[in-house]
Every structure is written in structure tokens, then in C-alpha cells.
Write a new protein. Structure first.
Length: 175
């Protein structure tokens, strides 16, 4: 096996990225404190050609050197929008016919490995604060809760890791 060079990867230019058909998924960050996590989510969104990232509450926004450190330029390709309250983002998404799901551990959650993507359904996944998760009022406004199965002792994932897992699953099912 030979590692591919950057030229062989056929990466999109920022213009090609903006013009490309997107994966119908918006990642919503509910009061995420870590700017490195925000940057990592942008990089994941770029990787899977996601529609956009919504940044809510105390979540930092570009331009920011700490976001850029992990985003590696993805803030220039991925569309993003800021909301002062996550509930406002949920309302906008629902008004635009998105199904909105919190990524959280909750009663009546759907395990990610059992979640089935409906073709042509626009979706938004909300990822929560590093300590408190997704706020309960936001969960109450969602169409459902998706849980990432975990069997270790922590039962907690970094939000940037959770974003990668759920984005991959949507992308994989839509392939």
C-alpha cells in the first residue's frame, strides 16, 4: 500500500465546495464552550459536505484563531449562522421543514445504530455543552433524541467526536 498524495485526493476548492450538492444535515452547537471543539466540528462538516453549522448561545464564532487552529480553513467553506438562543435555531429549522434531533442520552432515545435516514429528509442534529449536554428546553422542542451507544464507564463523548460519529452515520446511510 502507498499513501496517497494531496494531489491524488481530488480535494474540492472552496468554490467547488460551495457549489457542491450537500449532505442534508445541519449540526447545531448548543452553548459549546471549547473553541477547539467548534473548529473540529467545522472540519467534520467540511469532510462530509454538510449543509451548515449553527452556533448558539455562548458558542464561539469565526473568525477566531482558536477555532481556526482545528478547523484548518473549514470556516471558509462551511456555511454557518449564529443564534443567541438554541431554541431560535430549532424554530427556524422546523419552519424550514427540518427534522430536529438532540444527540443525547434520554428516555425514549433512538440508538444511532437503529436510526434510519429517510431519503430527502432534511435533518439537524443538536450537540450540547461539554458539561451539561443539550438543554432540556431544547430537547423538549426536538422531534426526537438520538443516542450513540456506549458501553464503557464514562458514558460521555467529546462533542467533536460525537459530531463525527453522527455525521458519518448520515453520510454512510445516504451513500
Amino acid at each position: 500500500m502507498r499513501k496517497l498524495s494531496n494531489d491524488e485526493l481530488l480535494r474540492k476548492t472552496p468554490i467547488e465546495f460551495k457549489e457542491a450538492v450537500k449532505t442534508p444535515l445541519v449540526l447545531v452547537l448548543d452553548n459549546v464552550r471549547s473553541l477547539n471543539n467548534v473548529g473540529s466540528v467545522f472540519r467534520t462538516a467540511d469532510s462530509f459536505l454538510l449543509e451548515s453549522v449553527y452556533l448558539c448561545g455562548i458558542t464561539g464564532t469565526p473568525p477566531n484563531k482558536d477555532i481556526q487552529k482545528t478547523a484548518l480553513g473549514a470556516t471558509d467553506t462551511v456555511m454557518w449562522k449564529y443564534f443567541s438562543a438554541t431554541i431560535e435555531a430549532v424554530a427556524e429549522l422546523k419552519n424550514n421543514e427540518y427534522k430536529v434531533y438532540a444527540i443525547e442520552q434520554a428516555e425514549q432515545s433512538i440508538m444511532l445504530n437503529r436510526f434510519k435516514i429517510q431519503p430527502k429528509q432534511k435533518m439537524a442534529f443538536i450537540l450540547g455543552n461539554e458539561i451539561n449536554g443539550v438543554a432540556q428546553d431544547v430537547i423538549d422542542a426536538c422531534d426526537g433524541v438520538i443516542e450513540i451507544p456506549q458501553t464503557g464507564s464514562k458514558h460521555s463523548l467529546n462533542i467533536s467526536i460525537a459530531a463525527g460519529i453522527v455525521s458519518w452515520e448520515v453520510y454512510r446511510q445516504l451513500l
